[in-house]
Every structure is written in structure tokens, then in C-alpha cells.
Design a protein around this ligand. Structure first.
Ligand code: UDP
Length: 364
């Protein structure tokens, strides 16, 4: 039996691995364990109930990345003795993913990396996620890439072996949940905002808030729903920035359950976000997407003109809303994006790839 340990800790990691874990669990060829670092305890409590997690490492952290990483390394060291595990499975670009792959590297436990090869090529943008992605690719043995652009990025970095294009398992989860939503009407002039990136915390989020206030004062027919992230630093900045805002056009919400969030995503006309997952989901729906970052690693969204960068400080917010009110998103391009995400079959593909190749790699 091949022993694989999935290690995750944040909301997007859970969303992107859970359909895969379900495919592997209860399969006689594999012995699967799921570990949560608890990196985003407040957010994932809403999602991953006990059946999913075999062991919770109870490391809650928002404040200090290096302490979190060293604590997780320490914990993994005490859990995994030599030969107690064959593969570590990680997703994306988080502290949890980085620390786990570093642990795998030290112990020579091969790492399977989901969402490999996304790049902005700027290690400060997003920070520290881009650096984590690049480093994880150096340490991982198996690279599960969303699409051909990611595969090309990996090849350009000299990685030749074990790259598999499998689509986007987060979109599998998204499609399965979309089916549960009955009312799919869009409310005109309604904007959904999510912001959580650390690089927003220099003056960017403050300037973004000022640009948003200016836009809303000029366009009182618009309304905003803003589900907040649990990161206390972001919350403090938002409280400060909107203390004096007089209009009633913005509704701040607590972090929403996945289904509640999807309902809001569907009913909104415009999506403003600095999130990776929300960019993918908005693009899937063909909603006008305004990316509140200076750079995105989801470059296909830009190439297909289904999303536009408005910068981390929102300096292009009004210009890009105007662009989307005048220009319809091409349905062909939206279909291209959907197709590249694997049409809901990515988790199955991950299972098929690993089922086929892991026994061969084991013998290498
Ligand atoms: N999400 C959610 N509730 C919310 C906000 C977002 O369930 O209130 C989901 C969203 O659908 C997406 C994921 O969380 O799948 C994105 O997570 P986040 O923005 O925290 O991280 P990122 O994708 O940037 O790594």
C-alpha cells in the first residue's frame, strides 16, 4: 500500500484538495492520512469537519510566518519517522505547503505538488506566495499543473520530469456546489469584494479604500458586499479606512460558508478581489473580474480578457468598471477558460495519474 499524507491548513487548500482526498480514501491501494496545520483555523472550521481530518496540529498563526514554518517543521519531525510515509501531498503556495515541502526535502520524502507552475516571476508579488511556489517546484517530485502555461513555466525552470496537466480540482468542487444553487440571477450594479493579501497591508489597502469610496460617492447606484477575511491585520486596516465613510452602499460581512459565498458571487455583477481562488471562480462564471493586485499568476485570465488588473491600490478601478460596462466578455473565451480548468474532472485525473505513475516511481 502506498502511504500518502495530505497536509493542508487554509481555506483554499481545503477547497482544492477535498475532492481528491475523497477519491483516494477508502481505496485499498492507498493509505491516506489528512493533516491540518490549522493555519487558518477560523476559516476552515466552517468547512472541514472531523471526518476529513485525521490529525490536527493546532498551529494557529497569522502574525509571524517564520515562527509558523519552524513550528510546523518541528511538528512534522515528531510525527513522521523514517519510512512512515511514502509521499507528502501539498497544494498551492501557503506557509503550510512551503514548510511541508521543506520537511519532505530534508527527509527525502517525495512531495506531490498540486497547482504547480503558476508564476508572476516577482517574489514580492504576491508575497511570500510567489517565492514559496518557485521554491516548492525545486523540491517537489511530482508536479500537478493546472494548464499548459504552468507546465511551460516549470519546463523553463529546467524541470523535465513528472509534470502532469490535470486542470483545477478547486473548480470540480465549485461545479458540484453550483448545482445546489437555484436562483442564479445577477443583481445589477452590485459589487463583491474580497481582500486578504499581505502585500495589501502596506499603504495599498488604505489607498484602495479611498479609491473605492471615491467611486461609490460618484456612483451612488452601486452597492458593495464585502465578506471579510479573518486576518486581524486586514480587519484593523479596513476598520480604520471606513470609519468615516458616510454612505450606506457597503455591507461588510463575516467570512461566509462556501455555499453562501457562491450565492453572493453569482448574484454580483462585478467581482473585485486579490484572491487566487476567487479569480478562478469569477472567471469560470464569466463575471467582470477586477483583480486588486499589481500582478496575477493566473495570466490566462488576462490573455482571454475575462479579468483586468486594477492594481493593489485600486487606482484603475473606475477605468476598468467602465471598460466592462462597455465591453462584453467573450463567451468563447469564458468557455476556453472553463475547458482549461478541466470541466469538473480534475480530481479524477489526479487519481488516475497517481494511480498509474506512483507504483512505477516507487520502483525507480
Ligand atoms: N471563500 C469562501 N467564503 C468567503 C470568501 C471566499 O468560501 O467568505 C472561498 C472562495 O469561494 C474561494 C476561496 O475561498 O474558493 C478563496 O480563498 P482565499 O481568497 O482565502 O485564498 P486564495 O484563493 O487567495 O489562496
Amino acid at each position: 500500500m502506498i502511504k500518502i499524507s495530505f497536509v493542508f491548513g487554509t481555506r483554499p487548500e481545503f477547497i482544492k484538495i477535498n475532492e481528491i482526498v475523497n477519491k483516494f480514501k477508502n481505496n485499498k491501494k492507498f493509505n491516506i492520512t489528512v493533516l491540518s496545520s490549522n493555519q487558518q483555523r477560523k476559516l476552515i472550521d466552517k468547512y472541514s469537519n472531523n471526518y476529513f481530518i485525521d490529525k490536527n496540529l493546532k498551529l494557529n498563526n497569522f502574525k509571524n510566518d517564520s515562527i509558523f514554518i519552524s513550528k510546523l517543521l518541528h511538528k512534522l519531525n515528531s510525527i513522521y519517522k523514517k519510512d512512515s510515509i511514502d509521499y507528502l501531498f501539498i497544494q498551492g503556495d501557503t506557509n503550510t505547503a512551503y514548510a511541508t515541502s521543506l520537511f519532505g526535502y530534508f527527509k527525502k520524502i517525495p512531495v506531490i505538488h498540486l497547482e504547480a507552475g503558476l508564476r508572476t516571476f516577482d517574489v514580492y508579488n504576491p508575497f511570500p506566495e510567489e517565492f514559496f511556489r518557485q521554491s516548492i517546484s525545486k523540491m517537489a517530485k511530482i508536479h500537478l499543473a493546472q494548464n499548459m502555461s504552468s507546465k511551460k513555466n516549470l519546463e523553463n525552470e529546467g524541470i523535465r520530469k513528472n509534470i502532469f496537466v490535470i486542470g483545477n480540482p478547486g473548480i470540480d468542487h465549485f461545479i458540484n456546489n453550483l448545482k445546489k444553487i437555484k436562483n442564479k440571477k445577477t443583481i445589477r450594479k452590485s459589487i463583491l469584494i474580497t481582500m486578504h493579501r499581505r502585500e495589501s497591508l502596506n499603504s495599498n489597502l488604505e489607498v484602495f479604500s479611498n479609491n473605492l469610496k471615491l467611486f461609490l460617492n460618484k456612483n451612488p447606484e452601486y452597492s458593495v458586499n464585502w465578506p471579510l477575511h479573518s486576518n486581524p491585520n486586514i480587519l484593523d486596516q479596513i476598520n480604520l479606512s471606513f470609519k468615516s465613510f458616510k454612505g450606506d452602499q457597503i455591507t461588510f460581512l463575516n467570512p461566509l460558508s462556501y455555499l453562501e459565498f457562491l450565492k453572493l458571487l453569482i448574484s454580483s455583477e462585478f467581482i473585485i478581489t486579490d484572491s487566487g481562488g476567487v479569480q478562478e471562480e469569477a472567471a469560470y462564471l464569466g463575471k467582470p473580474l477586477l483583480i486588486a493586485r499589481d500582478k496575477t499568476e493566473r495570466i490566462d485570465i488576462i490573455k482571454l480578457k475575462i479579468g483586468k488588473i486594477i492594481n493593489g491600490d485600486g487606482s484603475k478601478l473606475e477605468q476598468k468598471i467602465n471598460y466592462f460596462t462597455k465591453n462584453k466578455i467573450s463567451i468563447t473565451n469564458t468557455h476556453k477558460w472553463r475547458y482549461n480548468q478541466g470541466l469538473g474532472k480534475s480530481s479524477k485525473k489526479v487519481y488516475e495519474v497517481l494511480n498509474k505513475y506512483l507504483p512505477i516511481l516507487e520502483k525507480e
